[in-house]
Design a protein. Sequence first.
Length: 506
Amino acid sequence: MAETKREIERKYDAPTDHFRLPDLRKVPGVSTVVDKGVVELDAVYYDTEDQRLATDSITLRHRSGGDDAGWHLKLPVSLSEGVRDEVQAPPSATLPRALAGLVRSRVRGDELIPVVRLRSSRDVSHLTGADGSLLAEVCVDAVRAERADGERTTAWTEIEVELADGADPAFLGKVEKRLRKAGVERSGAASKLARALEETGAARRTRHKAPARGDTAGDHVLAHLRAQRDALVELDPAVRRDLPDSVHQMRVATRRLRSAFKSYKKVLDPAVTEPVGAELKWLAAELGVDRDREVLTERLTGRIDAVPRTLLLGPVRARLRIWAVARRQGSRRHTVAVLDGKRYLALLNSLDALLAEPPLRRPAADRPAADGLVKAALKDHARLATRIEHALSLEPGTERDIALHEARKAAKRARYAGEAARPVLGKQAKKFAKRMKAVQSVLGDHQDSVVAREALRNLGIQAHAAGETAFTWGLLYGQEEASAVDRERELPGVWERAAEPGLSAG
């Protein structure tokens, strides 16, 4: 079974091959330096032929030796701070399924092959405090790297300082200060793998960075699409690991992509983008099974927490907990199954193909960026205005609820158009997006109330069928009705402040 640990470390180049650590007992907070001996490590690193994992600062290896032999997958959290999450699995002949899933959005259907082999003689020391607690592990590694084909090798000595679990990250700065006095400097390589690939000539240069943002509408739209595609790929492993807010952020990326296809029809050929947009809509809906459950559970829990004890009649919390757990188990399995499916991989490949050969429509794509982005945002704003006017003309009830939900979608699309225009239009686009977000928030809370009322009704029916009182569920239903009425009263004022778009290309 895979296990995850947060790794916070700094790497340094040893001044000489026979470097010895200075007296680290002089580091503030260190009481004892414990010699843990030397361990021999042998690791084979895997990647695709064009090294997609290394390009994204991800390392995948199978290592023998030491107390954590097996498969190690390191995912960047903050490269500048030396923070990575390391997912470990026991030794096996093939890559465990859990780790294979975490690299699937990068690897797709391609084969993972050995790229380099690193053998290290690791001299380990533990820095402990006055109470005997571990502060950090310091390793002096004599490394020999060999290209997978055996044609070239390289060797170096480096120092790793890894923070102990629960220790203050500021402690690493104290250790570094002492090492600098001994002539030790930070490593210029992001990892052993990066250095090995470079020095053995194994690094592949087949994947290039996205072109610099140009000044045309087409340049800016494509830059926006690439950023959302990258977010989708990067969030995949986070969703699989069930990290906080990951499903929501992945769903947002799909929506931004789909909204861009619709907003920029003058720039991108709809005949090409619409089929991809349909698949993005499918993915957002599938992710929504998990996200909607999360949002609804939080809302109902908050409602119950606010009810006085004297009005909590029956096993209200227990029933909600059982209901939420049952929905969560099903939604989590569903989400991972979607990410493991062929349809999802086909969508990622379609996005790559579209960005590799973008279906730009000329002359619109060649016009100044400000012109094209303003026109798109104004069109989305006009669409929102029409939907709000229609919704407010209806009597309260189901038909109005549906119309307000449609207006919410339009507000979200207008907001995304404003955010996409910020690199070109600056403050005016920021203000536009902020006003659209305010409208979206009011309409979103209204829709959440509609969904919550349906859930509360079902929970009340279940409680009644089980012989419990449904009083509290009815009380909560009434609160949600009142909340919806409040949002409907609030909407005209919020829209009045957003009705003037305030955008211009000049």
